[in-house]
Design a protein around this ligand. Structure first.
Ligand code: ZN
Length: 74
């Protein structure tokens, strides 16, 4: 998987960490965690290496981390 140094550094970082300078926001959406917990998921594409990322932000998911995604992002 092509990864630039910034993406390698981000892999597994907590989702509170800000996106690095080459990450472009692709899209975001609201998501539900069970009946009452909600949050957002954002998808980013790296301008340097093309890596695709998923970042979940939700109060109920404090352990969420930056993850690679297989979701097709055009
Ligand atoms: Zn990258």
């Amino acid at each position: 998987m092509p990864d630039c140094p910034d993406c390698i550094a981000l892999d597994g970082a907590n989702a509170v960490v800000s996106p690095h300078a080459n990450l472009l926001l692709h899209s975001d959406a609201g998501i539900n965690f069970g009946a009452t917990a909600t949050g957002h998921v954002a998808y980013y594409i790296c301008n340097a290496c093309g890596a695709k990322w998923e970042r979940i932000r939700a109060r109920s998911e404090p352990e969420a981390v930056w993850r690679h995604t297989d979701k097709p992002l055009d």
